[in-house]
Design a binder for this molecule. Structure first.
Ligand SMILES: Cc1cc2nc3c(=O)[nH]c(=O)nc-3n(C[C@H](O)[C@H](O)[C@H](O)COP(=O)(O)OP(=O)(O)OC[C@H]3O[C@@H](n4cnc5c(N)ncnc54)[C@H](O)[C@@H]3O)c2cc1C
Length: 529
């Protein structure tokens, strides 16, 4: 099957859905998503969305300053200013789509998180992402002109250079994507005037992560294979407080818990953050994650504790209903006992390089949301800034699409159906799950919160062997969702390792013990692959 659309949106998180809602007013939209429509990182966002100025004390300038400080010298200040200046109108737009934020006495209830100098985070309890996704999906499904394809997984992008060949002086452009229909096993072609990658992050590249199973870096891997530029993949943000429990693999304990007074303690009860940063438990995430790593290595423990037992019980239950409930189901009453937590891969600060309109280095291919690197987050993302970026960039990207003077001429006759005649059934599925596990452990052990040249070299060598096997299997067997994701995490892991090897300094979320300091002379620049 092949279909042609004006906009092909890949991914149904906040970036993809908000783009589809907007674009549906201007043309025919296909929104494909590899799982259910609601499933995404966006769904699990707890803390909220940052905007300014929402109080008399706050200003755009202060929010810009906090963002630049967190980004540690690598943000693009113009992009930061543009996004934050528009943050209030982004919130108004969300509200116009039905999203509700908590209020107190008629005013927005504003939360504070690490790295923010003011209270400026709008939230809905501790389930802000669920509120946003639910309301946006209601709006999307009412929009005319949008066709939603659940259980459809993009495999590869279709580009001019791939099928027509590369020619000097000619720009590459994107025509669509090959897509696996996970229900039927068929591989379909979606042609489109514009392709919008909104596939989110890649937390599943690491063993411990706050991300759901869908976060396998597919967009970055597809863009890389298509020849687009990728930036700053060494900067993976680790969230300090992922619940450490054998029955729950990726449940986040929001930073807002520390914002409201939660204290990190060692297993002996010592509040250790005072040794590491003047902001103590509200220090930037990378500082907290490294401090935890140091404490864990020192004690040999597998987790530390986050303690909020000194806060009023009613307040905890009202402010953090979801965290309270989930922990209680697992046998932890957070009002009377501390929560076991460990750092986990949380946010991909780098991604597919785009201009300030979300267009990649391949014409008509856009990347928005966590999959992209716009320069907004630099070397480290400020908490609650990513939902803001999603909503802003979906508007900007559409603006640029609408400025294109004419529709694309797709040479459909030159684009073959997916080649599958040589594939044989995969009889050893266990090999796929072993390779998944090997990559995730290797990344966790050698390319995690604290890195060194030796660890990175070792990771590179080991990954090369695994990757060779994965690529061989990929072309031998019937294609499956697991195999596609495995190939993608192998590519993303390689991008992270090679970018980390190239950065011989420590900055933002990238910390290498062999170069523990920042080197502005040689490395105040993006790592572009
Ligand atoms: C637990 C958690 C809490 C967070 N809390 C906050 C917060 O409070 N504030 C904040 O600003 N940020 C927060 N973040 C980060 C924020 O949620 C994400 O950065 C943001 O939601 C990313 O949105 P997105 O639309 O770019 O991607 P996502 O929301 O991840 O959506 C990606 C979509 O792409 C689909 N997809 C992926 N690959 C393919 C493929 N090959 N084919 C088809 N579909 C595909 C996925 O299924 C998914 O629907 C949090 C993240 C997590 C995990």
């Amino acid at each position: 099957m092949s279909s042609i659309f004006d906009f092909l949106v890949i991914g149904s998180g906040l970036a993809g859905i908000s783009f589809a809602i907007r674009a549906s007013k201007f043309g025919k939209v296909a929104l494909i998503t590899k799982d259910k429509l609601i499933e995404s990182n966006s769904l699990y966002a707890q803390g909220g969305i940052a905007a300014s100025p929402l109080s008399l004390q706050d200003s755009v300038e202060k929010h810009v300053e906090d963002t630049l400080k967190a980004g540690d010298g690598l943000c693009n200040p113009e992009v930061v200013k543009e996004i934050i200046s528009e943050s209030k109108s982004a919130i108004e737009e969300l509200i116009s789509w039905g999203v509700e934020f908590d209020k107190e006495n008629g005013e927005f209830s504003l939360a504070k998180e690490g790295g923010h100098s003011e209270r400026r985070i709008l939230h809905r309890g501790d389930y802000t992402g669920q509120e946003i996704q639910t309301k946006l999906i209601e709006t999307l499904l009412k929009s005319k002109n949008v066709e939603v394809f659940e259980n459809h997984m993009a495999i590869d992008l279709i580009t001019k250079f791939k099928f027509i060949g590369k020619r000097d002086g000619v720009e590459d452009e994107c025509y669509g994507a090959y897509v696996l229909n996970k229900k039927t096993g068929d591989i379909e072609i979606f042609f489109s005037n514009f392709v919008i990658l909104a596939t989110g992050g890649a937390g599943k590249v690491y063993l411990i992560t706050s991300n759901p199973d869908t976060a396998t870096g597919d967009g970055v891997a597809m863009a890389r294979r298509a020849g687009a530029k990728i930036a700053n993949m060494e900067f993976y943000q680790f969230h300090p407080t992922v619940l450490y429990h054998h029955k729950e693999k990726n449940f986040l304990i929001s930073e807002a818990v520390r914002g409201e007074g939660g204290i990190l303690r060692t297993k002996d009860g010592e509040p250790f953050m005072k040794k590491y940063h003047p902001l103590r438990d509200l220090a930037p995430r990378d500082v907290v994650a490294r401090a935890m790593d140091t404490e864990l290595k020192k004690s040999g423990a597998e987790h530390v504790y986050l303690d909020l037992t000194h806060l009023p019980k009613d307040f905890i239950i009202k402010r953090f209903p979801k965290i309270y409930q989930r922990c209680l189901e697992l046998g932890i009453d957070i009002t009377s006992e501390p929560i076991p937590v460990a750092p986990g891969a949380h946010f991909m600060c780098g991604g597919v390089l785009t201009d300030s309109y979300g267009e990649t280095t391949i014409s008509r291919l856009f990347a928005i949301g966590e999959v992209a690197y716009t320069g907004f987050h630099g070397a480290n993302r400020l908490a609650s800034n990513s939902l803001l970026e999603c909503i802003f960039m979906s508007k900007r990207a559409l603006k640029k699409c609408l400025e294109y003077p004419k529709k694309i001429q797709i040479p459909k006759e030159d684009i073959p159906p997916w080649k599958s005649e040589k594939t044989i059934p995969q009889d050893e599925k266990i090999l796929i799950s072993h390779a998944w596990d090997e990559i995730r452990r290797l990344m966790w052990n050698y390319v995690g919160v604290v890195r060194s040249d030796k660890r990175l070299n070792r990771a590179y060598e080991r990954l090369s062997i695994i990757k060779r096997d994965v690529m061989e299997d990929y072309w031998k067997y019937y294609i499956s969702a697991d195999l596609i994701e495995l190939r993608n995490i192998a590519i993303v892991a390689e991008l992270i390792i090679t970018s980390a090897m190239a950065r011989k300094e420590s900055r933002g979320t990238h910390f290498n013990i062999d170069y523990p300091f920042k080197n502005d002379i040689d490395f105040r620049r993006d790592t572009i692959i």
